[in-house]
Write a protein of this length. Structure first.
Length: 76
């Protein structure tokens, strides 16, 4: 691990946007609290996101008309 990839929590608090922008080039930063690694900050474009379970969203119950819900909100 390179020293440029190690960041103290204090530095993260002071220069958050600068550190986040630097992730494009350096891929990740290891966050240290009291000289102990506690987290890794990773650029989402370089992160391999794998989801094992399929997403299945059911926003509306059967028989619910979204227009009726909007009408109820408008009269509330």
């Amino acid at each position: 691990m390179l020293s440029s990839q190690c960041v103290s929590i204090t530095d993260l608090k002071k220069d958050t946007s600068k550190l986040i922008k630097s992730l494009k080039d350096e891929w990740y930063k290891v966050i240290f609290v009291n000289n102990k690694p506690v987290a890794i900050l990773v650029d989402i474009d370089n992160f391999d996101l794998s989801i094992n379970e399929p997403f299945d969203f059911d926003f509306w119950s059967d028989g619910v008309n979204p227009r009726d819900l909007l009408d109820q909100l408008a009269t509330a």
